[in-house]
Structure formats: structure tokens, C-alpha cells
Write a protein that binds this ligand. Structure first.
Ligand code: 13P
Length: 247
């Protein structure tokens, strides 16, 4: 990876007026940024984000249906996302695994739907605190990524992977740069066994990344960017992270 990738995950936050301010402020702050930047917004605001994002700001969705089309009330298909210029779709975020029962197989199918529509899936993996304390971190992230590799075969070099330790999400507890790097190196090795070009795959870190700790995380060998929740809702903080990724 040469250019880093910084992605904001707004989660279920925002409204039309506040989004407009945030999209304008973030876009305006991107002049001269030497990394790729995207915001993943709630589905009803994808059209707004598509229109208001300028200066190279890309847009993304926070989920995508595992189905192509049809009688799936409430679902949003990859083709629909594509209609709104969406470049990325987060799949398998821990909040969806935890609160919506998404399985490894569901996540793999969602990644496949996104890829088929020309959308880059940001595949989230990560262990819970209990799993870390039981020494299962490596086994858990490997199992989660293996399902996506198995289903997506040679397309795997087109995905983005985000390592998000569940215990670090929204808690203010960040993985140390060394803890994150250790898992990223493992994921890179797993991808290297599946594709000739593992270096093409951006490996993002997510979990309480903020303006103060971004630089040290992004300085690690295998950390190619960040997936940012809370700090992506404040333009100044998000742009500080973008600046840290632009060196
Ligand atoms: P926070 O940055 O709020 O911890 O959220 C991380 C995350 O879940 C991004 O997808």
C-alpha cells in the first residue's frame, strides 16, 4: 500500500442539516490530502453524501444485503448502492454480528454481492474481550477472514479488511500500535496465501482511533489506514487523522 485509506463510519448518527455541514467541512479540508478518504453514511443519506462530497471525498454504505433483489423487506441491494455512486460497503461490522446475528457465511456473501456490483467491501474482523483474554484472538480473526477468502476466491485482492477489536470500539480503549500491528501482520500473511498481491489490500485499524493516537497506529508497517467511528463525526478530528495519514 502506498496511499493510506481513511474511512469514517458515521453509524446511526446525523440529520440532513448536520450532515451537510460535516460533508462540506470534510470535503473542504481534503485539498492537499495525500490519502484516500471516504465516509460511510446511513443509507437514507447516501444521495445527499453523493451530491455534497467534493474534493475527492468518496462515499460508502454501512451494510449491504446478502441477496441480489426481491422480497427482502428493509434490505438494500448492492446494485441500489451502486446507483448512488457508493465506492465502499462495510460488511460484518461487529455491531451487525452482535446485534443482528450475522454469521461469517453471511458476511462472506455480502462481500461477494458488493464485489459483483463493483463496490469494495470493507470486511470487519475482530475479537471480543473474552476471546482476547482466552488467547483466541488469532483464531477468531483468521476464521472470520477465512470465510470471506473461501467465498470470494481470486477477487480477494479487491477487498479492504478492517481489524476492529470489539473491546476497543466506542470504549476509548485503543489497541496499542504493537497489538494492532501483530494482528495486521497475521492477516497480511493469511491474505498472502490467498492472493499473489496481498500488498494491494488495505488493512485498516478501527477502535477508538482518534486525532491523538492516529499517527502512532498509522506508523505501523501493516496498518494501511483507519476505520473511524466517533471521531469521524467531528470534521476537525477527522481531518487531523487524514493529515496523519498523508505523510
Ligand atoms: P469508534 O471509533 O467510535 O471506536 O468506532 C470504531 C468503529 O466501529 C468503526 O467502524
Amino acid at each position: 500500500m502506498t496511499r493510506k485509506l481513511i474511512v469514517g463510519n458515521w453509524k446511526m448518527n446525523g440529520n440532513l442539516a448536520a450532515n451537510q455541514d460535516l460533508l462540506h467541512a470534510v470535503s473542504a479540508g481534503l485539498a492537499g490530502a495525500a490519502c484516500q478518504v471516504a465516509v460511510c453514511v446511513p443509507a437514507p443519506y447516501l444521495a445527499q453524501a453523493h451530491q455534497a462530497a467534493t474534493h475527492g471525498l468518496l462515499t460508502g454504505a454501512q451494510d449491504v444485503s446478502a441477496h441480489e433483489q426481491g422480497a427482502f423487506t428493509g434490505e438494500v441491494s448492492a446494485a441500489m448502492l451502486r446507483d448512488f455512486g457508493v465506492r465502499f460497503a462495510i460488511v460484518g461490522h461487529s455491531e451487525r454480528r452482535q446485534y443482528h446475528g450475522e454469521t461469517d457465511a453471511d458476511v462472506a456473501t455480502k462481500a461477494q454481492r458488493a464485489l459483483a456490483a463493483g463496490i469494495t467491501p470493507i470486511v470487519c474482523v475482530g475479537e471480543t474481550l473474552a476471546e482476547r483474554e482466552a488467547g483466541q484472538t488469532q483464531a477468531v480473526v483468521k476464521r472470520q477472514l477465512a470465510a470471506v477468502i473461501h467465498t470470494n476466491g481470486h477477487c480477494i485482492s479487491e477487498i479492504v479488511v478492517a481489524y476492529e477489536p470489539v473491546w476497543a470500539i466506542g470504549t476509548g480503549k485503543t489497541a496499542t500500535p504493537e497489538q494492532a500491528q501483530e494482528v495486521h501482520a497475521l492477516l497480511r500473511a493469511q491474505l498472502a496465501a490467498a492472493t499473489a498481491h496481498p500488498e494491494r489490500i488495505a488493512l485498516l485499524y478501527g477502535g477508538s482511533m482518534n486525532a491523538a493516537n492516529a499517527a502512532s497506529l498509522l506508523a505501523q508497517n501493516d496498518i494501511d489506514g483507519g476505520l473511524i467511528g466517533g471521531a469521524s463525526l467531528k470534521a476537525a478530528d477527522f481531518l487531523t487523522i487524514v493529515a496523519a495519514a498523508s505523510h
